[in-house]
Design a protein around this ligand. Structure first.
Ligand SMILES: C[S@@+](CC[C@H](N)C(=O)[O-])C[C@H]1O[C@@H](n2cnc3c(N)ncnc32)[C@H](O)[C@@H]1O
Length: 268
């Protein structure tokens, strides 16, 4: 392991937020500026280059950002997606061996549904690297903002597949947010339409254990650029799926509470 005595970290996990450059925090840019190399998940190299151009056009403070490389080569469509995460983490661990500090840039917040961050935290720490994390604006934040709903009195957040396969008991007094609906009940990075429809039917069946069929849920996709509007589709659970769902791939599913809880009457 090579180590720079002046650096306070060897690896930094950086949350890029959802809306491109507009969501990158000053903390993230500060961390990035001290790295010798960065690796970006979720964007092709062309998109990464566009992101870097935009950073330079927007921010004088971005002058020192290091070369950024897409992790696209780790992401293959024809295998279990856990293998893609493993290969992405391996690329970064190998880079650490060539010199530090190194940055891993990921959409949203690195601590929210990000398997590569988890692998890096475990493995880099085991290998004695010092790891820091820069939190980013998550889709959890943008979804609440787009729906203009307050998180109080609380909400349930699940990976949609884990909720269904793990038989999570939903509490209908609290809102519920289901993520990763486009890889519902599959280990693969993508699935074809018929398989997705079968998975959606299973999700619908599961939700009907807790909610009536006419309970409205929202398919929400927050905008990916500054000033982009969100796309939000409200529909009853009974009608979940079909062609409309295909238009909302990559979305999250929001279920408002069925009953409001009356905290005032429960408190002394
Ligand atoms: C692998 S997780 C990564 C989440 C990310 N770390 C975060 O903090 O938002 C990807 C899931 O986040 C949700 N997501 C990401 N971007 C979104 C967006 N623009 N609108 C709605 N949901 C989004 C979707 O449920 C998607 O399947």
């Amino acid at each position: 392991m090579t180590s720079d005595a002046d650096a306070e970290y060897d690896l930094v996990l950086i949350g890029m937020g959802i809306r491109g450059v507009a969501h990158l925090t000053l903390e993230a840019i500060g961390f990035l500026n001290r790295c010798r190399q960065g690796y970006v998940v979720g964007l092709s190299q062309e998109e990464v280059d566009g992101f870097v151009r935009m950073l330079h056009e927007t921010l004088a403070g971005a002058a020192n950002i290091p070369p950024l490389e897409s992790l696209g080569r780790a992401y293959q469509l024809d295998r279990n997606r856990a293998l893609n995460y493993r290969d992405a983490a391996r690329i970064i661990l190998d880079a650490l061996g060539r010199g530090v500090p190194v940055a891993y840039l990921t959409p949203g917040n690195p601590m929210i549904f990000d398997s590569v961050s988890q692998l890096l935290l475990e493995e880099a720490s085991l290998q004695g690297y010092r790891v820091r994390i820069a939190s980013g604006i998550s889709s959890l934040d943008t979804i609440l903002v787009d729906l203009q709903v307050e998180m109080a009195p609380g909400m349930q957040v699940y990976d949609a597949s884990w909720a269904v396969a793990g038989h999570a008991r939903l509490d209908t007094r609290f809102a519920c947010l289901l993520l990763q609906s486009s890889v519902l009940l599959t280990r693969w990075p993508t699935v074809d339409k018929p398989a997705r429809q079968m998975a959606i039917d299973t999700l619908k069946h599961y939700l009907l254990h807790f909610y009536p069929g006419d309970h409205q849920l929202a398919l929400v996709r927050s905008g990916y650029r500054w000033l982009d509007c969100a796309t939000i589709l409200w529909q009853p659970i009974d009608e979940l799926g079909g062609e409309l769902f295909e238009d909302y791939l990559g979305c999250s599913i929001w279920l408002p509470p069925l009953h409001q809880i009356e905290l005032n009457s429960a408190l002394p």
